[in-house]
Design a protein around this ligand. Structure first.
Ligand code: AHG
Ligand code: MN
Ligand code: MN
Length: 287
């Protein structure tokens, strides 16, 4: 079985937990916080166990890095070619409200025993658990989209590319007085002048998925509350930046392409994230 096959099994299990479980219980808080200092919900822990079970025994995987584990975990396969990072359950503050959540994953290839940056990524994707469970994965030619039906993922779209522009921007605008770079406010004002409208679910997977389907912007810039960024590089920013690139979109950490950021020492290291369709990226570049 390929790494993707194992991830499909895990995402199917997480989806079944969500549809058969009680969202108030799955979204209940567990007493300890994780290494990022975030509140951990019951479903975060269950999803992490499922992802680890699916990946740790795969013969091609040398190591894994999860949001819910302190450090990288090495497998028995010292010669495995790949490192897999994942956010087992993204958007966990939404669970108890029965709002879509997701799983994000990213496969890196070791080159001469090293991972230098997001340029080592060979595949990334996410599952989105809404009234449909979808799996979106990168290919050499755009994105593949699968629908979960009777515990099997059926491909419903092949080689998907995002629109070149869209009329929605996704940003937590309540942070606007705290944004560190004043270009962000000017850029958002430009989007508003362009008659764009805002949507913010608070689940990166869901907000990104809408941006990929509709076009537009997803951003979580640096602010004084999170001066190093809110989102995590290896299991949130890198995979989404790679997915956007494969879909014909663009990424930035306010300075450069997210894929060019050096692979961090700390697997929970954070970054600013901006993901655009083509026209929105070109507008941003004029600043
Ligand atoms: P997680 O549930 O894995 O910790 O991630 C939550 C992230 C991301 O999904 C979302 O974009 C962001 O947090 C929302 O942040 P705000 O609550 O500050 O809007
Ligand atoms: Mn997350
Ligand atoms: Mn998470």
């Amino acid at each position: 079985m390929s790494i993707l096959d194992n991830i499909k099994v895990a995402c199917c299990q997480i989806s079944n937990l969500l549809t058969s479980g009680n969202c108030l219980q799955l979204g209940s808080k567990i007493s300890v916080n994780n290494s990022c200092g975030d509140e951990v919900k019951k479903l975060d822990v269950l999803s992490n166990d499922i992802m680890k079970e699916a990946l740790l025994n795969h013969p091609d995987i040398r190591a894994i890095g999860s949001e819910e584990d302190e450090d990288i975990i090495y497998t028995e396969n010292k010669d495995g070619k790949y490192f897999v990072s994942f956010d087992p359950l993204d958007g966990s503050s939404n669970i108890k409200f029965n709002i879509s959540v997701g799983t994000i994953f990213c496969v890196f290839e070791y080159i001469d025993g090293q991972i230098e940056s997001g340029r080592n990524i060979v595949m990334a994707g996410y599952a989105i658990y809404g009234f449909n469970t979808l799996l979106v994965t990168t290919t050499d030619n755009g994105l593949d989209i699968y629908l979960l039906n009777n515990n099997r993922f059926e491909k419903i779209s092949e080689g998907y590319r995002m629109p070149i522009s869209g009329n929605i921007y996704a940003i937590n605008e309540s942070n606007k007085y705290r944004w560190l770079d004043n270009r962000i406010q000017k850029y958002v004002d430009l989007l508003i002048n362009d008659k764009k409208t805002v949507r913010w679910i608070g689940c990166m997977v869901t907000d990104v998925h809408r941006t990929l389907i509709k076009g537009g912007l997803f951003a979580y810039p640096l602010d004084s509350k999170s001066p190093n960024g809110r989102l995590r590089l290896i299991y949130e920013a890198y995979p989404m930046a790679y997915i956007f690139q494969c879909a014909g979109g663009y990424s930035s950490n306010e300075n450069k392409n997210i894929l060019d950021i050096k692979f961090p020492e700390d697997i929970h290291s954070r970054t600013s994230v901006m993901l655009f369709s083509k026209k929105e990226y070109e507008q941003f570049c004029t600043f």
